[in-house]
Design a protein around this ligand. Structure first.
Ligand SMILES: *[C@@H]1O[C@H](CO)[C@@H](O)[C@H](O)[C@H]1NC(C)=O
Length: 467
């Protein structure tokens, strides 16, 4: 904490002094006839001695040669004897490929654009394989971390398997930790990095390793987070623990279930769904609970993800599991129904109710109308899940007038059937069958010797009107 504070103070002081310096430079250069755009070459030469300047220029030459994969030029510079092979260079790193920081450290944005690296790191970044080979044969260090990552971490980060094999053949440590506590295998998170991961595993990378930081993610968590089925399959085939938990007690299944919905783009990811399928096929337990006692089904319900809910429920997920706040998945669904425009919420409700989910407490049913009145199909499914339901004064008030007008026929039918008198015999028969199956209608109803329209009716398929 104290160190962080120091860091803040130093950073802020640097910032202020830079600001003052630029202001001063600006004022100084005001009378000049040329526009003052950044420091002139003259300023630089004033600050550096001729020798410093020469070193700076040599480093720049070295960097350019590395980036261009010009092994001859690199060799020439090294032979001049003026630059050490393991010299640390300052390089542009706009995508933050090179950097790895400890968690919890705050860094100003401009710092992240630049990084420190050695020749090999630069070669990895610019795919300069021949130059890298030359450097390694000349004895360049292969496991150093000028900015938190070894060259092997960087090679995995950029999914370059040629470099992974080159580095491993030259003594790169396969389980080394970056400053942020990750092994190279943790950095394999794209489809293109599958080959990197294979080589790491063949060389003894630990598939069950947890990251040495606050997350404690395994590589399988990372692959699940980023939705890469090929990596998930690879890790599982090499003995990764399918129900490994991270520091939040989350399993890879929960991680994939959560990230299967991109809230920004409002789209569902088939890759994440496929990851869940693989995990379940490898006996992942769908009923494990994370630190807030949420299951993967809670996460899928929160996303209104009917594909995943069906997969989890068919794999035995408990529709009645409660989280730390006493909420079952159906409560999560109620909270998000009106904020998931791309979802098909009625399918989610149908799935839960056909897998023995507890229904909403009848005196509280106005809450359903408050959050779902714009979704008459949802209201229909929920009303039909009870033998009968008595309206309270709060019902009509929960439905806005324009919504009532838009769905007048439907809402009139709701108020017509929800009275003190029993509903139709057809509906009562449906309720009897559903009760007879102990709520597990999704498995049971398809086996009944009935026409499919009847089965759909029993499974609460909405029709647009209540009777
Ligand atoms: C990973 O952990 C699981 C469960 O603890 C264990 O069965 C498996 O052998 C481990 N795999 C490896 C490769 O160590």
């Amino acid at each position: 904490m104290v160190r962080m504070l120091d860091y803040f103070i130093v950073t802020i002081c640097t910032f202020i002094s830079n600001l003052l310096h630029s202001l001063w430079t600006l004022l100084e250069s005001e009378p000049a006839d040329l526009p003052a755009q950044g420091p002139s070459p003259w300023d630089f030469m004033e600050e550096l001695s001729p020798r410093q300047l020469a070193v700076k220029q040599l480093k720049q030459q070295f960097l350019v040669a590395l980036q261009a994969n010009n092994a001859q030029e690199v060799l020439k510079i090294l032979h001049s004897g003026k630059l050490d092979i393991d010299t640390v260079l300052e390089v542009d790193d706009p995508k933050m490929v090179l950097a790895s920081y400890k968690q919890g450290y705050w860094l100003p944005g401009y710092k992240l654009e630049k990084s420190w690296a050695m020749g090999i790191h630069v070669c990895v970044m610019y795919n300069a394989l021949e130059t890298a080979l030359m450097l390694l044969e000349k004895g360049a260090a292969v496991n150093r971390t000028p900015n938190g990552k070894t060259p092997l971490h960087v090679a995995c980060e950029v999914s370059n398997s040629d470099f992974v094999s080159l580095l491993l053949a030259h003594g790169a440590k396969v389980n080394s930790l970056s400053l942020s506590g990750h092994t190279p295998l943790h950095h394999c998170v794209t489809r293109e990095s599958v080959d990197c991961a294979k080589q790491l595993i063949l060389k003894g990378a630990k598939v069950n390793v947890t990251s040495h930081n606050n997350d404690e993610d395994t590589p399988l968590h990372k692959a699940a987070r980023f939705g890469v089925p090929e990596l998930v399959a690879l890790f599982l085939a090499h003995g990764a623990s399918v129900d490994a938990v991270n520091s939040l007690q989350e399993t890879p299944l929960m991680t994939a279930a959560f990230w299967a919905f991109d809230t920004k783009e409002q789209i569902y990811s088939q890759e994440h769904h496929f990851v869940c399928r693989l995990l379940l096929d490898h006996q992942a337990d769908p009923n494990l609970q994370e630190e807030d006692q949420k299951t993967a089904l809670h996460k899928a319900a929160w996303n209104c993800d009917h594909v995943l809910m069906q997969m989890l429920l068919e794999a035995g997920a408990d529709a009645r599991a409660m989280d730390i706040n006493g909420c079952a998945p159906i409560q999560y669904l109620l909270k998000v129904t009106d904020v998931r425009p791309m979802a098909i919420p009625e399918l989610c409700y149908q799935l839960l109710l056909n897998h023995n989910a507890a229904r909403v407490y009848p005196p509280q049913f106005h809450k359903v109308l408050q959050s779902c009145h714009d979704y008459p199909r949802v209201v229909e499914i929920l009303v039909n899940s009870y033998e009968r339901l008595k309206p309270t004064k709060k019902w009509r008030a929960a439905i806005t007038d324009d919504c009532y007008e838009r769905h007048k026929d439907f809402y009139d039918s709701v108020f017509a059937v929800c009275t003190n008198t029993p509903r139709s015999l057809l509906h009562l028969a449906r309720c009897a069958v559903r009760a007879g199956m102990g709520g597990f209608c999704h498995q049971g109803v398809p086996q009944l010797p009935l026409p499919s329209s009847m089965k759909k009716y029993i499974l609460l398929e909405p029709e647009g009107i209540l009777y």
